[in-house]
Design a protein around this ligand. Structure first.
Ligand SMILES: [Zn+2]
Ligand SMILES: [Zn+2]
Length: 386
């Protein structure tokens, strides 16, 4: 079968010595410290066979993620920008939906013909982090499409415990393809859900919300904030195309933070109160922290979801004077993220369709990765032959 594969050169950065287990497994815990000169190519690979607790899948839709873009792009020294775990060569793609073709002997609920959305955080289920309810912090985490074979392939296998049925959504929509395209958005939206409602503990209806960065994570945060009863949503992004999508997703105001100071807009919109929750989904903490510090409402919460390897100065005194807090999160597993977003989609209570700004066929995946570097699209959706 055809698959899009990422390969790169193992060349640890000067000053970084990989740990023995990284060397032994050929897997970097932080890709940007080790993998250099990435290459994406078409490969002919053998069809995978499912183990007893796995299913064989035919991929139907898969989103191009900012993390894929971060593996495509490099810094001035040729290192990938992605800071998660990577083992190459690897079939990439992880925001996927698929049709079940075959089930292993120990699979309990799924049957051939079922449509599923899959989680990409492949937690072990055995380590302490997994067993206390933090699967995204699994000490033996594998990431689909980065350290384990992913979804930019015609077929793939996945364990039943990482899959959620899309059949009810397909029935409600009366359209299996559309259910799969919306279903492929669950993974990025679940990252926002995990940060806002699991890690930071959520907000009360009537809260003022500010979202920095209107890529898929920020857009997911806007849709969730609307759905959860935000009084106002102020969003910020430098890209005009993404600002337009943020309006369609339900933001009350969307500004270019280089033109209008974010803290001023937030104060204005909230009648001087400030933001009860601030979501940093820009990965630009150096630029966003000064505004965020000045925009906390009393008891306000900041959720950091963007990624950057750079340190950003923070005036911690505002956490004291505003009784504010900062929390971080990564991933989309556990916490009820996938099933609760599915419920909202099934009942038509979460509007996410405007996030898909471009559809491309599987054969165009390399072009899609290149185009994603422009950051003008919100989500490029790859679709496959049925
Ligand atoms: Zn992703
Ligand atoms: Zn684990």
């Amino acid at each position: 079968m055809k698959a899009v594969q990422l390969s790169a050169t193992w060349d640890p950065r000067p000053g970084y010595t990989p740990r023995p287990e990284e060397v032994q497994r050929g897997k970097a815990t932080m890709a940007s410290l080790v993998w250099r000169h990435p290459r994406f190519s078409w490969e002919d690979v053998a069809d995978p066979t499912p183990g007893p607790d796995e299913v064989l899948l035919r991929t139907v839709a898969c989103g191009v993620c900012g993390s894929d873009t971060h593996c495509y792009e490099t810094d001035a020294d040729g290192y990938v920008l992605f800071s998660g775990p990577v083992k190459t060569p690897v079939i990439c793609g992880h925001e996927y939906t698929a049709e079940v073709l075959e089930v292993g002997s120990a699979v309990q609920k799924l049957r051939p013909g079922d449509l599923v959305a899959g989680e990409g955080m492949l937690s072990c289920g055995v380590c302490e982090a997994c067993r206390v309810g933090n699967p995204n912090q699994c000490s033996r985490l594998e990431m689909l499409g980065f350290s384990a074979p992913g979804a930019f392939a015609e077929r793939m296998v996945a364990k039943e415990r990482f899959l959620w049925s899309l059949n009810p959504l397909a029935e409600r929509l009366g359209d299996r393809q559309r259910a799969c395209e919306l279903g492929a958005l669950i993974e990025p939206i679940a990252c926002s859900y995990n940060g806002m409602f699991v890690s930071a503990g959520g907000f009360r209806p009537g809260a003022h919300i500010a979202i920095f960065g209107c890529g898929p994570i920020g857009l997911g945060a806007i849709a969730l904030a609307r759905c959860a009863g935000a009084a106002t949503i102020a969003a910020f992004d430098v890209s005009p195309q993404r600002r337009a999508v943020a309006v369609a997703m339900g933001a009350d105001t969307v500004d270019d933070p280089t033109k209008i100071p974010a803290e001023e807009r937030i104060r204005e919109l909230s009648g001087g109160w400030g933001a009860d929750m601030l979501v940093e989904a820009a990965g630009a903490a150096l630029q966003t922290m000064p505004a965020i510090e000045r925009a906390f409402a009393p008891g306000g919460k900041m959720v950091y979801l963007g990624r950057t390897g750079l340190r950003a100065p923070v005036l911690l005194d505002v956490l004291v004077s505003a009784a504010a807090s900062i929390s971080g999160a990564r991933g989309h597993s556990g916490g009820g993220c996938f099933p609760r977003i599915l419920r909202l989609l099934e009942r038509g209570r979460l509007e996410v369709a405007p996030m898909i700004t471009r559809r491309m066929h599987f054969e165009e995946t390399l072009d899609a990765l290149r185009i994603s570097c422009d950051r003008s699209d919100a989500k490029i959706m790859i679709t496959y032959d049925s």
